[in-house]
Design a protein around this ligand. Sequence first.
Ligand SMILES: [Zn+2]
Length: 100
Amino acid sequence: MMEEIQEAIRHLGWVRSSNNEKVIRALLRVGIKPENCFMDQEDNLIIPCKEIQRKKQTPFFCKIGWHKVKEATEFDGASLHGICMRCGKELMQDSQGNWF
Ligand SMILES: [Zn+2]
């Protein structure tokens, strides 16, 4: 689900989903405010272009590999996974606690 949303944001700028609560939570994780989005007649969640453009530009700190993860989204048994609040990239945590 997360991957689908990330891909849709990256490439299309919209998300088609019947589970909007889940989508909104995912949007919050990548730093897009739900109030900046709107629904069309068919209940697709539309994310404004400027939001997407902003997300497409990799912020300076992310470019140098310094990502910002507020909280881990999952643990696969070996590593923690999280999503960067600045660039929306899916990351893993190394043994020193750095996200890459
Ligand atoms: Zn980042």
